[in-house]
Design a protein around this ligand. Sequence first.
Ligand SMILES: [Zn+2]
Length: 226
Amino acid sequence: MRRVLAAVLAALLLPLPARAAQTQRYVALTFDDGPSGKYTWALLDGLYDRGVHATFLLCGYRMVEYPDITQRILDEGHEIGCHGYSHKNMSQLSRRDIASELIDMEDLLPDGYRPRFLRPPGGCCSDPVRQVAEARKLAILGWSVDPRDWATQDAAAIEKLVIEQVRDGDVVLLHDMTESSVRASLHIVDALLEQDYEIITVSALAGKRGVSLKPGKVYSSFPPKE
Ligand SMILES: [Zn+2]
């Protein structure tokens, strides 16, 4: 009887230490191609309400149109990375033109803010892109989850795919350019928070994982160390 009791007690107590041992999980949400005069504002409102931070890979030609949104992104604690000035495929450009794409975008950022990441449009990378990024002290940011939100424009499908695929340390590729993407993104935030994920900027995620970013190197996720 005593042995049975001990077994029951052990079974009752088991979940507690197992739970306590679970370490914090992190995800970084990244938004390409903005700012959008129509949708970024709503996304920022939703992120603010939920107290989470994201990374925005901005295009210079759009920042010119919406400087107030660029400022708000920074004021609210989000991160900005470079997505080039004109959204050209950088792997087909000369070094000089790649450099112009980066410099012209960075010149539009508020004084004193230096991005840490370049995400080349379409993820199209090449040796010259890596070399120019290195010279400008930018790490290259890929992604590890891509729901192709810009193509499907189906909020439920975008949310389902991300929630099914996401793992600790992932970088999720999204775009704040359509209503469906913004709606899906906020649902994704709610679902991840429910699963006790912490949603943080890419730089913060790298920091949590003890990764010191190297200019010119490509990073697609920051999984926990084994
Ligand atoms: Zn893009």
